[in-house]
Write a protein that binds this ligand. Structure first.
Ligand code: HEM
Length: 402
């Protein structure tokens, strides 16, 4: 048997999918001393960790609290159900369709117009990292001049959360962002409470269930979570769709010719190269998983990136195939029954429908605006990252728009 892969090693960073295979086949349950965590890699075990209520998210708190404050990601039980029910309606289909689709379309158009005449662009730096942040700022009803300011805060927050080497400057920037975002948001929240409008922030300020409302601090923390949870993921998903299609030119041509395939390209990208590769859970009692017993109170790292490549679940799992029959693409919520990129269970991504809308609009507009799309010379679009993963750049060339 091969040695158990170490997810903190350079070999793993270079090609996690090869290590995932070894883990699924030979080491479905690993204890990692450095991370002080169990690691599970099979679809069935990751699914169980998301769905079985014995698994909690309590152990997120130490990581997320310093930068966000207390968010629904860290909560469980009734505290989570009530807080989640307060925020979820704004992300449902009807709200999104009626109110926010024009916001999504406008932001995609503006970003593309800025480079469409150039004949080349980096789709990560010039499109994917900005698009979801600009959309959220507009949805919240905040000034559009502040897009760049929020993009800066977003960059510091995800830097803080991905700071594996504990770089003190990155830590300091994250903590400073918490203060700056609070100083900006709290007065605006108070103003919206007094004079609510038709925007997402007003909806959060006025939401009420059985007399429970969100405090100013709750709302500020949720906005901070939206930047991180909605930004980096959507960024990596858009870059991933194009990376996967550019690597499979026949599939790119098929999607370009038949836009009904765009949802399939999105769903298959989330399966094949999910933006979030691993998330943590903590069992409240001892629990059996493939390969042994996990002890109550210990951290379990759940490898989404591996579960989504499990040959027990998907035919020819290591092949990107927008035509595959074992994924549902009708809507983001049914897609969730098929791949684990949005998790499952009580913390299932609140923004899944928004992400789907953003990506479909973004991909369609980019395909319309950029004919003959090809990777720029020397661009490998290599994936980077451990907990979240995606291409760090995606330089492309195309026929300039006249
Ligand atoms: C939760 C993935 C887009 C907001 C999650 C979780 C995952 C995820 C895996 C579960 C985390 C956990 O259980 O620990 C993704 C992916 C996206 C995406 C892959 C894009 C393709 C968005 C967007 C928003 C958003 C656009 C909103 C603007 C949230 C929130 C939660 C969450 C608020 C916490 C839900 C809860 O704890 O109940 N997402 N997400 N996400 N996501 Fe997303």
């Amino acid at each position: 048997a091969q040695q158990a892969p170490d997810i903190l090693s350079p070999a793993f960073a270079a090609d996690p999918y090869a290590s995932y295979r070894v883990m699924r086949e030979q080491y479905p349950l690993i204890w990692h001393e450095g991370m002080q965590s169990y690691i599970v890699s099979r679809y069935a075990d990751v699914e169980k960790a998301f769905k079985d209520p014995v698994f909690t998210s309590d152990n997120y708190d130490w990581q997320l609290e310093p930068v966000h404050g207390r968010t629904i990601l860290q909560m469980g039980g009734r505290e989570h159900s009530v807080r989640r029910a307060l925020v979820a309606p704004a992300f449902r289909g009807k709200e999104l369709q009626e109110k926010f689709l024009p916001v999504i379309e406008r932001n995609a158009r503006e970003l593309i117009e800025a480079f469409a005449a150039d004949g080349s662009a980096d789709l990560v730096a010039q499109f994917a990292t900005w698009f979801p942040i600009n959309v959220i700022v507009d949805m919240l009803g905040l000034p559009r001049e502040d897009h760049a300011r929020f993009h800066g805060w977003y960059t510091s927050i995800i830097g803080f959360l991905g700071n594996l080497t504990q770089d003190p400057e990155v830590t300091a920037a994250g903590l400073r962002t918490r203060e700056e975002l609070a100083a900006y948001m709290i007065p605006v929240i108070q103003e919206r409470r007094a004079n609510p409008g038709d925007d997402l922030l007003s909806a959060l300020c006025t939401a009420e269930i059985d007399g429970t409302t969100m405090s100013d601090e709750d709302i500020k923390a949720f906005v901070s979570l939206l930047l991180a949870a909605g930004g980096e993921t959507t960024d990596k998903a858009i870059a991933g769709v194009f990376r996967n299609l550019l690597a499979n030119p026949d599939q790119l041509a098929a999607v370009r010719a038949d836009r009904e395939l765009v949802p399939a390209a999105f769903a298959e990208t989330l399966r094949f190269t999910p933006p979030v590769h691993m998330i943590m859970r903590q069992p409240s009692a001892d629990v059996e998983l493939s390969g042994g017993t996990v002890t109550a109170g210990k951290t379990v790292t759940c490898l989404i990136g591996s579960a989504n490549r499990d040959g027990e679940r998907y035919a020819d799992a290591d092949r990107f195939d927008v035509f595959r029959q074992d994924l549902t693409t009708a809507n983001a919520f049914s897609a969730a029954a098929d791949h684990l990129a949005f998790a499952l269970g009580r913390h299932f991504c609140v923004g899944a429908l928004l992400a789907k809308a953003e990506i479909e609009v973004g991909v369609n507009q980019l395909l319309d605006a950029l004919p003959d799309l090809a990777l720029a010379e020397g661009e490998t679009a290599e994936e980077q990252g451990l907990f979240t993963r995606g291409p760090a750049s995606l330089r492309v060339t195309f026929t300039p728009k006249g």
